[in-house]
Design a protein around this ligand. Structure first.
Ligand SMILES: Nc1ncnc2c1ncn2[C@@H]1O[C@H](COP(=O)(O)OP(=O)(O)OP(=O)(O)O)[C@@H](O)[C@H]1O
Length: 400
């Protein structure tokens, strides 16, 4: 556990970056610092590994005052990931990842071997080990940044806006992989973001910082959304609040309809193509969705190519919420959202009508009611037996 006790930071020019911060960060969980620009998130994060020294107050890790630990030694035991990955440009990917283990005395050969393992862990092919950072995409560089932070197997990881510099699609992938990795590793993670959606998705707990370095609220995501502590937090989480609140509702029970699929490269289907049959779901050889085919725009028998597909709709992956289901249906030209399994294989579709019915049948006042029941107490109606699974909401109260 990391503990802040009455910690303040005043920079030499008189700026108060952090004011009287007291909070306890649980071990093995993700704690997110969120808030607008300049409210002291990064300063608070960097005080944990003493890259910045507090002006007053005490920070302890597992009961030990960090001031009693030699700063370089402290930092070697704490993984650190920043925006744009911060990789050494003249070192290969493998050598970047091996940096800290080599400093700790692990042989270069062994450190490189472990680096290759870590590449696989963060979802990159091992063939990338010999490349230089400039030869990777932004998302790949971020993954290497995470692998490098994990290389010394530190119990604590500090992550400062690690996914902000990539586009929204890659960002969502990185978040999903990050959650999967954390499920395996159970690190104590402190994560800084200015994006409340990212905070709600990733955080087991959220610390909302206000201007002037004040802690405005520290709670599980469900409580921050449902019961903002004051006007500042209410304003900060307010945008799209009704829509975001659907994140609380697991979509268990939402019927997944059987959806006929056609393979990429196959002949366009025969038969009537109007109405609900206008759109056909196209999958690759492994059954993963590639896009929707407008059958009216292609003659039966013509081979289906990428150029015929409507791309880019969101998918409902295991553990999805009503919000995800709604988005999948809305972003699909057919009005049917594609549900996939763990391996990304299409298992059927969810109709917009069913999602709307589920929302209408839901007691939404429970979400908005500040005096309502505990987080996670609200559950969606069961309409029919669905094929999907829902991740237990746990104490976050929010399906991821
Ligand atoms: N070295 C410094 N000297 C003086 N003021 C500083 C210094 N570093 C940061 N600050 C100020 O301290 C305040 C908090 O900065 P900090 O970087 O911790 O905020 P933040 O919440 O992480 O912001 P952002 O989201 O923009 O990164 C800001 O007003 C900033 O201008």
């Amino acid at each position: 556990m990391i503990s802040f006790s009455a910690v303040s930071k005043v920079y030499p020019d008189g700026t108060t970056a952090v004011h009287d911060l007291s909070l306890e960060i649980p071990a093995g969980r993700i704690t997110v610092f969120v808030g607008p620009s300049g409210c002291g998130k990064t300063t608070s994060l960097r005080m944990i590994n003493r890259m910045i020294e507090p002006t007053s107050g005490v920070i302890t890790i597992d009961g030990t005052d960090t001031r009693q630990i030699d700063a370089p030694q402290l930092r070697r035991g704490i993984g650190y990931v920043i925006q744009n990955a911060g990789l050494f440009p003249h070192r290969t990917v493998a050598d970047n990842i091996a940096t800290v283990p080599v400093l700790q005395g692990v042989t270069r050969r062994e450190a490189r071997r472990r680096a290759t393992e870590l590449l696989e862990r963060v979802g990159l092919p091992t063939s990338m080990a010999r490349r230089y950072p400039a030869q990777l995409s932004g998302g790949q560089q971020q993954r290497v940044g995470v692998a490098r932070a994990l290389a010394a197997d530190p119990p604590v990881m500090l992550m400062d806006e690690p996914f902000s510099a990539v586009d929204p699609v890659v960002r969502e992938q990185l978040q999903t992989e990050f959650l999967r990795l954390q499920e395996e590793l159970g690190k104590t993670i402190v994560f800084v973001t200015h994006d409340i959606d990212e905070a709600v998705r990733l955080g087991d707990r959220i610390a909302v910082f206000a201007t002037g370095g004040h802690l405005a609220q520290y709670a599980v995501p469900a409580d921050v959304l449902r019961r903002p502590a004051d006007d500042f937090v209410a304003g900060f989480v307010g945008r799209d609040r009704g829509y975001r609140a659907l994140s609380f509702a697991g979509a268990t029970g939402l019927p997944v309809q059987r959806e006929p699929t056609v393979r990429m490269g196959a002949a366009a289907p025969q038969g009537p193509g109007g109405g609900e049959h206008r759109w056909a779901l196209v999958v690759d050889d492994d059954g993963r969705p590639r896009g929707w085919l407008d059958r009216d725009a292609l003659s039966p028998g013509d081979p289906i190519g990428l150029q015929h597909l409507r791309l880019g709709g969101s998918l409902a992956a295991p553990g999805y919420s009503l919000r995800t289901a709604l988005d999948a249906a809305l972003s699909s030209p057919s009005g049917r959202g594609v549900a996939v399994d763990d391996a990304g294989v299409a298992i059927g579709t969810i109709t917009l009508a069913d999602v709307v019915a589920a929302i209408e049948a839901t007691d939404r006042t429970a979400l908005a009611d500040p005096a309502g029941d505990d987080a996670g107490a609200w559950s969606p109606p069961v309409l029919a037996k669905g094929a999907e699974r829902t991740v237990p909401a746990g104490d976050r109260g929010v399906p991821r």
